[in-house]
Design a binder for this molecule. Structure first.
Ligand code: DGT
Ligand code: MG
Ligand code: MG
Ligand code: MG
Ligand code: MG
Length: 269
């Protein structure tokens, strides 16, 4: 096909190819979810409906897009890790980022009602995205550890903060004052002595966040028999093994997880 004289404008497109052999991480974060959570009456400090909806959206992203080997989510964020040698869309960062963000955001609206039955969605939520490249297994593991440590620090703080408000009647300013300068041990102690809460008994999903990895599952369904003719119309069950992105609420910081799932990082030479 003959090229038009306008063809030259293509050269203005910036090259945003991700460096070869690096892990490509796309992290999404809810836009102004402080307000979104208030308006939609999220439970404090953790709303399990909201967290499960986020995970449903992340599972949809993993199923619909290519080459994502693991995802990790907490609060209003999710990180997706594309395999090192992925050549999806020629490794263009803008393709990775926009496809993840748009697939995630449309899923959030699409599946909202399945999780928030009595709470209407009041306005369309948005998610920002960024791409970060990690050149080695160690830096990738440290990235995921960083997000999980962030989850732990915020969740411990929020758990005490909201206990002080909801159970001891402090104002948010008073609760903030009370927690100023406290370290982890102090917060655990306040929870235990004042509220009889053993932090380690809090749900794993809140303390650790959600890890999505591909796992084999047997899916059973019934289908009608076509042949032979004398069996026609009869139903039988068929079991198929598929891989699905399923949630784990586990530690990513130690070695155990990576030893149990050696395939995730196996690509590196
Ligand atoms: P951004 O990301 O700069 O546009 O602004 P935000 O407001 O989204 O800030 P961010 O992402 O640092 O913090 C997440 C906010 O989302 C934080 O204010 C608490 C809220 N949030 C996330 N998950 C929950 C939840 O399960 N329950 C409640 N009540 N709030 C939540
Ligand atoms: Mg932010
Ligand atoms: Mg946010
Ligand atoms: Mg956030
Ligand atoms: Mg097109």
């Amino acid at each position: 096909m003959a090229k038009s004289k306008f063809e030259y404008v293509r050269d203005f497109e910036a090259d945003d190819t991700c460096l070869p052999h690096c892990w490509v991480v796309v992290r999404l974060d809810g836009r102004n979810f402080h307000r979104f959570a208030e308006k939609h009456n999220f439970a404090k400090p953790n709303d399990s409906r909201a967290l499960h909806l986020m995970t449903k959206c992340a599972q949809t992203v993993m199923e619909e897009l290519e080459d994502i080997v693991i995802a990790y989510g907490q609060s209003d964020e999710y990180s997706f890790v594309f395999r090192q040698k992925s050549n999806w869309f020629k490794r263009r960062a803008s393709k990775f980022m926009t496809l993840v963000a748009s697939q995630f955001a449309s899923s959030y609206v699409f599946y909202w009602r399945d999780y928030f039955e009595d709470q209407p969605l009041l306005y369309p939520p948005g998610f920002d995205g960024r791409v970060v490249l990690y050149p080695s297994n160690q830096t990738l593991k440290d990235y995921l550890s960083w997000r999980q440590a962030d989850c732990h620090i915020n969740n411990l703080y929020n758990t005490v903060f909201w206990a002080l408000i909801q159970q001891s009647g402090l104002t948010p300013v008073q609760a903030q004052e009370r927690l100023k300068g406290t370290v982890t041990a102090d917060k655990n102690e306040i929870l235990f002595s004042e509220f009889h809460i053993n932090y380690n008994d809090e749900p794993q999903m809140y303390r650790k966040g959600t890890v999505l990895v591909w796992q084999k599952v047997d899916e059973v369904r019934t289908q009608e028999v076509r042949l032979p003719a004398e069996m026609e119309g009869k139903k039988m069950t068929v079991t198929r093994t598929r891989t699905r992105p399923l949630p784990l609420y586990c530690d990513l910081i130690g070695d155990a997880f990576w030893k149990e799932h050696p395939d995730i990082l196996a690509e590196e030479e």
